[in-house]
Design a protein around this ligand. Structure first.
Ligand SMILES: *Cc1c(COP(=O)(O)O)cnc(C)c1O
Length: 493
């Protein structure tokens, strides 16, 4: 097994796993990957009798050869034991048309917790392993869920500072309050006048800005990213694909070796990419279904091979998927092009320059072999929430409903279908309530109570009384002011 990670854009840039976790993004703008992905294999026979923690240990051992077994075990325990409200961590629920894999039982009620409870543990361990004598500054752009989950994971972690930027008016009231009330002595939260892509592009620019990094270096600080481009987030997300499969085998729903489908509500392409990784290392997957909302740039791409971000950015009722540049797609392009670094560099430059690119025929064919795509409009999403509540007495959040709608459009009856559920319905109470009852002008926190009385679905503890918590962060800046803001504030946390 190759001991190193390399940049998708340059084979000569290589780092150990611990270094790759600390750095997040490669200096040339590329993403860290292993080039021997499908030479690594998980033994499915052994997986099916393991619990979530044990499966996690197997997956991490395969990708973090510089971590000891003991280190990995300690990270997994610290990340998940007692942190998720369900003992199974990510339980699988059977509905009439498929299974729902609940990824939202963590401390902030979104699937991001799975990656962002683990990343701080890996970061801490990596700092120790590399004898680091500096502090790490995590800069994160969020469309709502990443920010809170990152803050919660990294708060008060020694030698780490974290700053989160979110689009003003681009997140739900609940998400906004979750971030504005964040506690911790090493955290900073700031709204940007712009959309998510503006926030993400702003941060990506800082990561390749040598003058900016030199300024930070004077204060003995190095940059890192908690966005889903960090391998320390990608790897934890592989675990629940294996866990879902093991659950189906254990409960007799499938036989070991039988292939299944996963339908994934997709934005930055991190969640579904983890499914692709899982498949490459041995998980029996038939198809990965990429579900988009009205921002269906990925749907068009998977149909045609043309990635074109030059379109209107639409605000939808599934805001965590309102994204036009899906960063993790670069890793898929890397593998489906036969690990062609020069090619990846070329098309990513094209994307930066022209806002679009068209992939080679062989790359498109490879992608279409593994992926199917679909999308759902706001109306279809709302109708799905209503329909499934009536049919199965199960409350979907809007992101999960997008995926569920895509499943229902074209149910593959030859295989079992697992829909990944990425948020608690209470995180998007307004949209869920309106889906059931039509428009309402009530406050989102009043609706939370109403929804609870009506459905008896428990409100996650972290969201109870959130509106009564003290607001600690109120900064709002223009998207052009991010660099100045970071340099100005970094010394205060
Ligand atoms: C982040 C997020 C997604 C999209 O996941 P990606 O890994 O960015 O594709 C979907 N749903 C919810 C609720 C999310 O928070």
């Amino acid at each position: 097994m190759n001991q190193y990670y390399e940049s998708t854009r340059d084979a000569s840039i290589t780092l150990s796993p611990a270094q790759a976790i600390l750095q997040g993004l490669s200096n040339d703008g590329g993403l860290f990957v292993v080039s021997d992905l499908n030479e690594r294999q998980i033994d499915m026979q052994s997986i099916v009798n393991k619990d979530y923690y044990e499966i996690a240990e197997e997956v991490f051992a395969l990708f973090l050869p510089d971590f000891t077994k003991e280190e990995i075990r300690a990270c997994v325990q610290a990340a998940y034991k007692g942190k998720f409200s369900n003992e199974e961590v990510t339980p699988l629920v059977k509905l009439s048309d498929g299974y729902v894999l609940e990824l939202f039982n963590g401390p902030t009620s979104a699937f991001k917790d799975v990656g962002l409870q683990m990343l701080p543990q890996l970061t801490k361990t990596a700092l120790k392993k590399t004898n680091a004598d500096y502090d790490v500054l995590i800069l994160t752009a969020t469309s709502g869920d990443t920010g809170k989950a990152a803050l919660e994971g990294f708060k008060d972690v020694d030698h780490v500072k974290i700053m989160v930027f979110y689009p003003n008016d681009g997140v739900s009231k609940v998400q906004e309050m979750q971030m504005k009330t964040q506690e911790g002595k090493n955290v900073k939260v700031c709204a940007i006048e712009g959309n998510f892509d503006d926030a993400q592009s702003g941060i990506k620019k800082l990561f390749v800005d040598d003058a900016f990094k030199a300024e930070l270096a004077k204060q003995n600080i190095k940059l890192s990213s908690a966005n889903s481009i960090n391998i320390g987030r990608l790897l934890p997300q592989m675990v629940y694909y294996f866990y879902a499969y093991a659950s189906l085998v254990k409960s007799g729903e499938i036989l070991l070796g039988e292939k299944i489908n996963f339908v994934v509500p997709t934005g930055n392409f991190g969640n579904i990419l983890a499914g692709y990784y899982a498949k490459q290392v041995g998980l029996p997957v038939h198809q990965l279904v990429c579900a988009s909302n009205d921002n269906n740039v990925l749907y068009d791409f998977i149909q045609t091979g043309v990635y074109d971000r030059k379109r209107d950015f639409l605000k939808t009722i599934s805001p965590s998927m309102d994204i036009l540049i899906s960063s993790n797609l670069e890793r898929l392009l890397f593998y489906t092009s036969g690990c062609d670094h020069a090619y990846i560099k070329e098309i990513m430059n094209e994307l930066a320059r022209d806002g679009k690119y068209k992939v080679r025929e062989d790359v498109l064919a490879n992608i279409q072999k593994e992926f199917k795509a679909g999308f759902a409009t706001n109306e279809q999403t709302a109708k799905t929430i209503r329909d499934i509540y009536e049919k199965d007495n199960y409350l979907l959040d809007p992101h999960t409903a997008v995926a569920y709608k895509v499943l229902l459009d074209d149910v593959d009856t030859q295989h079992k279908n697992v829909v990944l559920s990425t948020a608690s319905p209470y995180k998007f109470t307004n949209s869920v309530y309106e889906a059931l009852h039509g428009t309402t002008s009530d406050d989102e926190f009043v609706l939370m109570e109403k929804l609870h009385e009506e459905t008896r679905v428990p409100i996650p503890t972290n969201l109870v009384d959130l509106d009564k918590k003290e607001v600690l962060h109120e900064d709002v800046i223009d998207k052009t002011e991010m660099e100045a803001y970071v340099l100005d504030k970094v010394g205060t946390i």
